[in-house]
Design a protein around this ligand. Structure first.
Ligand SMILES: Cc1cc2nc3c(=O)[nH]c(=O)nc-3n(C[C@H](O)[C@H](O)[C@H](O)COP(=O)(O)OP(=O)(O)OC[C@H]3O[C@@H](n4cnc5c(N)ncnc54)[C@H](O)[C@@H]3O)c2cc1C
Length: 330
C-alpha cells in the first residue's frame, strides 16, 4: 500500500496516542509518520523475521529503509515512551512466544555499499547481508571476508556480536562504525571504543544503533582464488553444521579451552528433543527447530543443556544467542 492509498484509510483511533506528526490507519493497524515514507506496524510477526522461525509478535514494528526513517522511528519511541529492541537479520535471537513489548526496529532494510579501490575499504549500511558482501568481495578479488560467508546476519548484527569464524572476526577488520543514539546524535566509533572480545562488544545491551560500518579489506588478488576460498568455507559449513533446519547457529559461547559442542556431545545430549526443538545430530552446539517448535521449547532445551553440562563438568555454559521477551521458567 502506498502512503497516498493509506492516507485514504486513515482515521483517528482514540485508544492510540497520536501526535501531530502521526496518523493512524485503523484497518491494518499502522501508524504513518507524516513527512516520512514509512509506517510503524502494530502486532507484527517476529517469527517471520528471525532465523529460528519462532516467537510472538512485536507490539510495534518499524523497518526503516533510510536514515531519516530510522531517526523518525527512534523519535517515535522516545515520544511514546516505548522500549526499543533492535533486530538485524534475527539470526542470533530467540524471541519469546509472548512477543516483545515496545518498538522493534529492524535495520535489515538499511542498504548501501561502497568498495573503495583506492583504500581497500568497504563502507556498508547496517542492513547489508554478510554472506552477500563476502561473495561480492570475492568476485572483485578482495580478500578478507572469505571467513564470513556462512554467517547469515547483517552488518549491524555482526558489528554488535563481533561475529567470527575460522579464527577471524569483525574486530580484526572493522575500521569504524556509525552509531545513532536515542537522542538522535550520530557518532563515529572505532574498535578500541567498542570493548571487543570473543563474540561480544560494548554495543550489546546498549541503546545505540549501528547505521553503517567500514571494513578494511585487501584488494588486488585473483578473483578466482578468493571465490575458491570463499566456496571452501561455505562447503565446510554445510558439511559440519545443520543449515537444513531453522537455528541461530551456535547456542552457547565456547568456554575455552573447551568447545561447547564437545561438552554437550560428551554429555550424551545429541538428538535430545523438547517439543519441536532438538540438539542437532550434526553439531551439538546447534539447537534446531525440527518443525512447529515453540520459543519455550528452545528455551527449555537451553536450560536443560546448561543443567546437564553443569552436573557433569561443573561448567555453566553461557548462551551466545540473545533471548528477548519473557520466558516461562522451566
Ligand atoms: C546457521 C547459522 C550459522 C551461524 N554461524 C555463525 C558463525 O559462524 N559465527 C558467528 O559469529 N555467528 C554465527 N551465527 C549467529 C549470527 O548469524 C551472528 O551472531 C550475526 O552476527 C547476527 O547478525 P544479525 O543481523 O542476524 O543480528 P540479530 O540476530 O538480529 O541481532 C543480534 C544482536 O545484535 C543487535 N543488533 C542487530 N543489528 C543491530 C544494529 N544495526 N544496531 C545495534 N544493534 C543491532 C540485536 O539487538 C541483538 O542484540 C550463525 C547463525 C546461524 C543461523
Amino acid at each position: 500500500m502506498t502512503i497516498s492509498q493509506a492516507a485514504k484509510n486513515v482515521c483517528k483511533v482514540s485508544t492510540l496516542a497520536t501526535s501531530k506528526q502521526e496518523t493512524v490507519n485503523s484497518i491494518d493497524k499502522k501508524v504513518y509518520i507524516i513527512g516520512s515514507d514509512f509506517a510503524i506496524k502494530s502486532q507484527a510477526s517476529l517469527a517471520a523475521v528471525t532465523s529460528y522461525r519462532v516467537g510472538g509478535p512485536a507490539e510495534w514494528y518499524a523497518a526503516p529503509r533510510n536514515l531519516a526513517a530510522l531517526e523518525a522511528s527512534v523519535k517515535y519511541a522516545k515520544e511514546h515512551d516505548l522500549t526499543v529492541t533492535i533486530l538485524g537479520a534475527g539470526s542470533n535471537l530467540l524471541v519469546s512466544d509472548r512477543g516483545i513489548s515496545g518498538l522493534v526496529i529492524a535495520t535489515r532494510h538499511l542498504r548501501h555499499s561502497h568498495f573503495d579501490p583506492q583504500t581497500g575499504r568497504l563502507t556498508v549500511a547496517a542492513g547489508e547481508s554478510i554472506p552477500s558482501l563476502a561473495w561480492q568481495a570475492a568476485d572483485l578479488g578482495w580478500e578478507g571476508l572469505e571467513w564470513a560467508v556462512g554467517i547469515p546476519g547483517t552488518v549491524g548484527g555482526a558489528v554488535v556480536m563481533n561475529a567470527g569464524a575460522h579464527s577471524s572476526c569483525v574486530a580484526n577488520m572493522l575500521v569504524s562504525a556509525e552509531v545513532l543514539s536515542p537522542d538522535g546524535t550520530l557518532e563515529i566509533v572505532t574498535p578500541d571504543q567498542l570493548g571487543y572480545a570473543y563474540r561480544t562488544s560494548l554495543l550489546q545491551g546498549s541503546d545505540r544503533i549501528v547505521t553503517q560500518a567500514t571494513f578494511q579489506l585487501k584488494p588486488g588478488a585473483d578473483p578466482a582464488l578468493v571465490v575458491a576460498a570463499t566456496k571452501q568455507h561455505k562447503q565446510h559449513r554445510l558439511t559440519t553444521q545443520p543449515y537444513n533446519f531453522p537455528s541461530c547457529g551456535s547456542v552457547f559461547r565456547n568456554p575455552k579451552p573447551h568447545s561447547a559442542g564437545w561438552l554437550i556431545e560428551q554429555t550424551g545430549l545429541k538428538g535430545y528433543q523438547i517439543g519441536g526443538a532438538q540438539v542437532a545430530q550434526l553439531h551439538a552446539n546447534f539447537i534446531v527447530n525440527r518443525g512447529g517448535a515453540k520459543a519455550n521449547d528452545i528455551f527449555g532445551l537451553i536450560r536443560h543443556i546448561q543443567q546437564r553440562v553443569q552436573d557433569r563438568w561443573s561448567i555453566l555454559l553461557e548462551p551466545e544467542v540473545k533471548m528477548i521477551g519473557d520466558f516461562q521458567p522451566v
